[in-house]
Write a protein that binds this ligand. Structure first.
Ligand SMILES: Nc1ncnc2c1ncn2[C@@H]1O[C@H](COP(=O)(O)OP(=O)(O)OP(=O)(O)O)[C@@H](O)[C@H]1O
Length: 288
């Protein structure tokens, strides 16, 4: 058997484990969908994540707040496998991202097929939309459905239409990104992430590149999707009212560590640490 065939067999096995898990184990209330365990991340000498333990549950809406440069984006990018932890482990549905088991149960580094399979469980919406400028709205949304999930153009088109309807852009199917406002582009990016039916979506400062008058339409779309409840969301945001309204749990991070976490009421009405109080006061001053 070739090495590749062996690897693929290993993967099929590990997928079978989590398929079985999805039905009986991980669907169970209380089991984490996402787990960061002792995760650190350094870029050269700069340690930006200094040991994070964090669990997210199926359908949970988690807001991540904190000063600029505290490592929020890096945490989200690690979930998407865009960055690899320097140490610690990160798993989805109980399956480690960067390691896989072979047929004999021995651990080895994840291969590309394992990473791809894990990545399918995660969607990410970026600050700067990252749409393909040369593709129509419809093709931007269907591309991964056909090329990654292997759907036919027809099936992908039907799924894309229903998602674009949800974000209020059904009339823009044939438009190109350059013909859209920033808010519309971001709504396409949201549709593109959600159409893959990920278990968790990272929204990374999705309104910070928008003109103020366009922020509301994007937040409204996310709030509506959040109400449906199925998809877990990691909302990295500076929009405190939005975090308060949408999140089940808020995490305040600073300098690569989780400083405080709790319900929106805990965090915004009863901040415990001096650091969080200072952060919230500063934001209030900017708003006033
Ligand atoms: N690829 C990289 N190479 C080197 N340094 C990086 C890289 N990515 C991030 N950093 C650094 O890591 C630190 C954390 O960045 P990160 O973007 O995760 O913070 P953040 O909390 O999301 O900030 P912001 O709120 O401004 O988006 C910053 O000092 C940043 O310059």
């Amino acid at each position: 058997m070739t090495q590749l065939a062996q690897d693929n067999e290993g993967i099929l096995e590990s997928q079978a484990v989590w398929r079985q898990g999805e039905e009986c184990l991980y669907g169970e209330k209380g089991k984490p969908l996402v787990e960061y365990r002792g995760v650190t991340k350094s870029f050269g000498d700069l340690e930006v994540i200094k040991g994070i333990d964090l669990q997210m549950h199926a359908g949970e809406k988690l807001a991540f707040i904190g000063p600029s440069g505290s490592g929020k984006t890096t945490l989200g990018r690690m979930l998407m496998t865009l960055e690899r932890p320097t140490s610690g482990s990160l798993s989805i549905d109980g399956v480690p991202l960067w390691q896989m088991q072979d047929k004999k149960g021995r651990w080895k580094p994840a291969n590309e097929a394992h990473l791809r399979a894990m990545r399918e469980k995660v969607g990410m919406v970026f600050q700067h939309f990252n749409l393909f400028p040369h593709l129509t709205v419809e093709r931007n949304v269907t591309l991964a459905l056909t090329s990654v999930l292997g759907l036919t153009r027809e099936d992908a088109g039907a799924r894309a239409e229903s998602m674009l309807e949800k974000v209020g852009l059904l009339d823009k199917l044939s438009s190109y990104p350059s013909q859209l406002s920033g808010g519309q582009k971001q709504r396409v990016a949201i549709a593109r992430a959600l159409v893959m039916r990920p278990k968790v979506v990272v929204f990374d400062e999705v309104t910070s590149a928008l003109d103020p008058e366009l922020v509301g339409e994007v937040l409204a779309v996310i709030k509506e999707i959040a109400k449906e409840g199925e998809t877990a969301m990691m909302l990295i945001t500076h929009e405190m009212d939005f975090a308060r309204e949408v999140a089940d749990r808020v995490i305040f991070g600073a300098e690569g560590l989780i400083v405080e976490e709790g319900t929106p009421e805990d965090i915004f009405e009863r901040p415990q640490s001096e650091r969080l109080r200072t952060f919230l006061n500063r934001l209030q001053e900017v708003r006033d």
